[in-house]
Structure formats: structure tokens, C-alpha cells
Design a protein around this ligand. Sequence first.
Ligand code: ADP
Ligand code: MG
Ligand code: MG
Length: 886
Amino acid sequence: HKYVYDFAEGNKDLKDLLGGKGANLAEMTNLGLPVPPGFTITTEACKAYLATGSVPAGLADQIATHLAALEREMGRRLGDPDDPLLVSVRSGAKFSMPGMMETVLNVGLNDRSVVGLAAQAGGNERFAWDSYRRLIQMFGKTVCDVPGEEFEHALDEAKRARGTTDDLDLDAADLRELVGTYKKIFSKHTGREFPQEPREQLDLAVRAVFDSWNAERAVVYRRQERIPADLGTAVNVVAMVFGNLGADSGTGVAFTRDPASGVQGIYGDYLANAQGEDVVAGIRNTVPLQELERIDKESYDELLDYMARLERHYRDLCDIEFTIERGKLWMLQTRVGKRTAAAAFVIAGQLVDEGLVDLDEALHRVNGAQLAQLMFPRFQLDHEFQPVATGIGASPGAAVGKVVFTSARAVELAAEGEPVILVRRETNPDDLNGMIAAKGILTSRGGKTSHAAVVARGMGKTCVSGADELDIDVPKRRFVVAGHTVTEGDVISIDGTTGKVYLGEVPVMPSEVVRYFEGEVDPATTNDALVRAVHRIMSHADANRRLAVRTNADTAADAARARRFGAEGIGLCRTEHMFLGDRRELVERLILARDPAERDDALAALLPLQRADFVEIFREMDGLPVTVRLIDPPLHEFLPPLEQLAVNVAVAQERGEDVAKEEALLAAVRRMHEENPMLGLRGVRLGLVIPGLFAMQVRAITEAAVECARQGVRSCPEIMVPLVGAVQELETVRTEAERIIAEVVGGSDVDVLIGTMIEVPRAALTAGQIAEAAEFFSFGTNDLTQMGWGFSRDDVEGAFFWRYLELGIFGISPFESIDADGIGRLVRIAAEEGRAARPGLKIGVCGEHGGDPDSVHFFHSVGLDYVSCSPFRVPVARLEAGRAAV
Ligand code: ADP
Ligand code: MG
Ligand code: MG
């Protein structure tokens, strides 16, 4: 079994086997770029080691063979006392996990080869001892779990003795002494001497890198980023090159474009006379990469040339690690670089212009989550505002408000109309009301799957979690951060995208991308590169997608906005809000009717109001389909709460007032109480139990369509019956509806479809029968999910979802992204059997999943006709439907 690959044997497509770093080192080697020679031990070796606890048979020999080849190539032997070869032992998994795993530099140094290294470096003893102390420090910490602080203390101590704070002021003698101290620290903690045998150093370092795959922080990171736990890491053994040999040496990082904005140019940092890890550690101040032109023009030009080549080769933004050893440039790493959402769009557009990718490819370089990010309002930041803390951007948005520390206070202040930010160490289910009341949530503990993060995302509320610089004192109602004390009522601003926290009120501005979708920015003339790129990519998505995109809208205003955002119809127009406000009174009359005549009166009063609502919406959608859902929630939701009524009755009785009406209401509320309203008298069941209710709605819809036709406005109403579980339910409603429609339409040119929601699991499983009575299906995936799983959407997120996510039972909430294996299977069955029974059956989705990127791909794969989502998600759905299709 082949466990070891020379760099020359690999390539960039072997990331599974060689990890990202190894595959790209191989690719650069084969491109002829100056990569120090080396080899990669595969992820398979790692997996075998992790499964059995010992390195697989044959690995040691293969390492020996490749090491010998490396030694021949370099003309030096590992750890040779006179002229040592040194290597780095670097982790590198398939997906980049920055800083999560381990790397050991300078392997091969010992008490004897340190002298050889000094000679090799032209008598530079300082350099040799510095390299040796770095090895003991890194090796001790990563391979043998020696506490890193002990080495750091010793280093600080040495500097203090010298009266300096700069590493560079330590001379060879100081560093030699420090090595002595380090070795003592090492043996104190490990009970053995620092290993002098180079091959033993190498083998232990390889094992340590393997083990680092399962380090706690790596496990947590993988769970958060949804990286599978069983991939393992590769190990790269690379000949050392030295950036710490003097002023003509150095090390740096570079990006081929600005990863924040996408703008082309030279971006990066350089640090003279240093080894790679110093740049990341921020030990000394780096200079902008452009400075390298002045320091070492030859290397600079060479680097720029390689950067351009890598960009053309990878056809994307690359980031790079490099080191210059005495004027000679070495490339130590490259990969397709991470970038912000804005940069992703801008770069995709640029690459099309440069002819490096086509539009299909550009569409795949961006995604709906990025587009959604670009649609949030943002802070208008000038230098006046500096963040005081940075946590995890757990739920995007820009929130400004007064600080509160308890859920109760949040509710109180919000009720007075104050925007509040709820600040907690971490949240728990008791904080739910406060979270609902707050504009934003800020916690000092927990990551992307913490209670706060999960619940906030579910509510679409801005959240920054894990801002651990915050020292929160709830009893005193204050927190301390960066020397500032913030007390209850002080205003702060939090950015749920970047995780940054600001004191005071940062002005918020609408996103330019939303202004473009609103039609306020003309993509043809704007000089905003982001808007131009978004427009171009959206146009391509629209031209190619197979799924239509509709919106969920209950009002003409929502419908209008959604149309501007590109909606091609309404997939869900709920009618229940049409019974609220002043109309509640009429609903009460309906509920309390003592005989059919009273009931008919109440319905007759509701009819013209409903009709007017529909006329408005049909006009707004002018010719586009509008799916109207007949009333769905239990009627008692329209009545006042029991406690409130009971109090009213008592108070009125006390005063000797006439309480007949209140008493009747109270009795009705008691009568209609349901233990489990979600599964109670709602949807089609209401229509079958309350005579005239659905008939009134059908009449209002049809009359509105006829009236529109008379005014020259075409409408395409689709009447949708909710909560059907059996075809007989639908047939009963349908028979009556058809009679009314025929009567109202008369001779006018109006066509009304009748269909049903598929949201009860039984409906999905009997879809073939139901299709006989339905002209369309619309999956109500919210209810389908809650009934399929048997948990209530309104209750679970705060109660236990966070725990399920933590445990990995879900990768993501099934209300956020469709559970393709379970609930998705119901969708698939229903779509197939529905279409088999009625070819051409129109099928869409109107649950919240219609605007979720992964779910859109799923619905595309099932072959649905459209998705419907809230107006703001319409652009996201358009983009993802396009991505699914190309
Ligand atoms: P990470 O994945 O955390 O970036 P790396 O394996 O890239 O870890 O190594 C850490 C640092 O050491 C980087 O700055 C890298 O450039 C540097 N480095 C790694 N191998 C060598 C080498 N053979 N010679 C010089 N510097 C190296
Ligand atoms: Mg690196
Ligand atoms: Mg429903």
C-alpha cells in the first residue's frame, strides 16, 4: 500500500489523499515553481493510525525511502552533525482548518547538528541556536504536551535579563542558554531528555500531527464547519528553508486579490529576518508586501510573476506563504483563498472578464448565503468607530440598541419602544422572551451552535456569540470590555456578519445590493463593481434556472416588493391576517353565532372585506399566479386569551355592568380550548365543520377575479386547501367550491384552479389519490417537517435543538434546511405519485425552505415547478435555482 508521495507524484486534485496543502505543494512543484523538496504522508495512513493506535505496517520503510531520496536531492542527511538537513512536519487536511492542527519546524536539530547548522550558515551561531530553541519549543508543545507558557516565560525572562522586548536583541550566547533552559522544561514535563535522534524526532512529529486531527479544538471546528470527522489529515515533510538568516531573508503571506473587496492588486504582509510562524503570531510588526519591492526587487518581481501564474492556473484568487532565504524565493503553500461575500461576486465577475471562467462557472463561485449576507443593512463605519470586541458572527445583520442583561428587562424596554441588545454570558430557554424582544443578542460564550446562535438564526435576529473579551456582571448590570464599562441602558452596535462589537450608535445604511434589487441603482451605469457583478450573475441564473420563484405575501405591499425582487407569482397568500384588527369583531360574531342566520350575517359582513383584499393583490400581481390558502389556524386564535377574558368578566361583574357578551366569549374560549392546537381543529377541518366559512372565501376570491377581469386586469387565482390528509376531505371542499365558482364566473373569462397543500404526512403518502382531486400541489414543508418529526416548530428551537445540533443529531435545523432523507423522501414520493396520477400536475413549495439554498437544490432535483419564499429571500432562491441548473 502506497502511503507516501513525493511532491512530484501528486497534483491539486488529490486533496482527499494528500490534503489541501500537500496537493497544492505537488501542483506548484509540477508547475516548476521553487518549492522546497519534500513528500506527503497520506490521509489514509492517518486514518489507519487513528483506527488502530499504531502506524500502519510499511509506513516507516516508505518514509525511510522517501527521506533517503530527499537527502540525496538536498545533498545533506537529516540531522547530520556537520551539515544537517532539517525538515518541517506539517499537517494539512482536505479542507483548510486554519490553526487547528500542528506543524513542527526545524526537525533534525540536536546538540551536535546545531553546530553544523551554524557552520552551514557561514558561522551564524545566533541563527542556529534560535532554530534549535524553536524546535524544542514547538516539539515540546505539540508532540509532548509541554505547556507552551513555560517556554514563553523562559523566553520573556531571557529578554528581561537583556533589558529588551525584541527577540532579535538576544545573541547566540543568550539563545544557547535558553536552549539549556528549554531542555530542562522539556525533561521536567516529559520525564525524558529531548530526543537527539533525528529520525525519532521525525516519527514522533508525524504521530503528533496525526493525533492533532482529534484535538478538541479541531473536533469543535469541524462540527461547526460541517467538515466530516473521518477524513484524517495528511502530513507534509518539507526541507526547511530559512527566513531568519539575516536582513536578506524573510517570510510573508500574499493574496492575489483583495480578499475583502476583490479588488486586484498586491495584498500581503512581509517580515524580514523571521520564520513563517512569526508572521501569524504577530510577534513583530510586518510591513505591507509592496515594501518588498524596495527590500529585494528581484524576489518581489519573481513573486508577482508566480502569483499571476497561480491565479491563471487555479482560475481563482489564491493565497500564498513564501520565504526568502538570502535572496532566494521559496514557495511554501498556496490554496484558493477564502474571501468575503462581496469579494466572491466581484472576483467571479472579474474572472469572466479575464476569460478565465465562463458564466456557468462564475455562478458556482458564489452562493445564496453570500447573497443573503450582501442584502443585510450594514454599518457605515468610519474610523470614529473601532470595535471593542470580536466574537463569532452567529446570525447576520446590524443591530443597534440599549444594553440589557435580563430577559425581563429586554421585554420591558422593548414594550416602551426602545431597541435593546440582550447581553448574556450565554442564553438558555428562559431567555426566549428577551431574545424575541431584542434587536440583537450578544454573548460572551459559545460558538455557532450555541443556544443563542441557533435560536437567533431561527428568528432571523442579529447575534454575536462568544465575544470572550466581554466581562459580564449580570447582578451589577454591566460589562467591562477593553477598559470600558458599559452599564444597562448604554447604546452599543453589533455586527452579526463580522462578529464585531462597537460602543455607541453606529449609523446603519441600506445595502447597495438591495437598492439594486429595488430598482434604485441601475446596473448599466453604476460604478459599484459589486452591483455590476451581482446583476451579471443573477441574469445568468435567471436565464438558466428551471425552477420558477414565487413569494409568500399576504399584502399588496409585500407582493409589490417581491415582484421588484423578481418573484413570478405568489405561492402562498395567507388569509388569516384578513381576519385581524377591526375584523376580529366579525370573527367573534361568527364564532358566537347562535343559529345559522347569525352565522350567515357574520360571513356576509366579511365577504366584501376579503374581496377587496384580493382585488388589491390580484392587481399588484397583474397576470401572475396567486395561490390563496383558505383559512388555516384554529379559530380560537382569533379570540382573546382566557386569563384576560376571565379578568374582564370579573371586573365588569364587580362594577355591575352587563357581561353577557364577555361571558359568552369566555364560554366559547373554554369550549374551544385545545391541548394540542397544532394538531387540532384547523385547516380543511375548519372548512368541513363550520358551514359557509370556506364558501365565503371561495366566493370572495372568485368575485375579486371577476371584478379584476371587468377592469381589464387578468388574474390567475389558485385556491389552496390546507391540511388535507385524505382525498375525501378535498373532494368535499372541491364540490362546493366548484359550484360557487361556476355561479360567480358565469360568462366572464376567469379561470380558478383548486389544489391542496401537502403538509400532513398522510397526504404525501396518498398523493396519488389526492391528485385526482387537485389541480396543483404545494408542499407546506414547515408543517410537513413538524408533523413528520413530531415536534412543534414554535417550541423546539429554544428547548432542545441547540443540544441536538451540538450532538450532531442534526447538521442544521430541519426547519432551516429540508431534511432530505426523511421529510424530503415524503416530498419525492408525493411528487412522483401525484404526477403519475395527473400528468402535468403543477407542484411547488411554500414553506420557509423555499428560500434556503440547500433546500432549493433539493427541490430542483425532485423536479418541482417552483419554490415560494418570503420577499427578501426571492433573489437568493433565484440564484440557487440557477446554480442548481447549470
Ligand atoms: P499552517 O497550516 O498553520 O499555516 P504550516 O504547515 O503552513 O501551518 O506551517 C507554519 C509556518 O511555518 C508557515 O508560516 C509556513 O510557511 C512555515 N513553514 C512550514 N514549512 C516550512 C519550511 N519547510 N521552511 C520554512 N518555513 C516553513
Ligand atoms: Mg500555512
Ligand atoms: Mg401549514
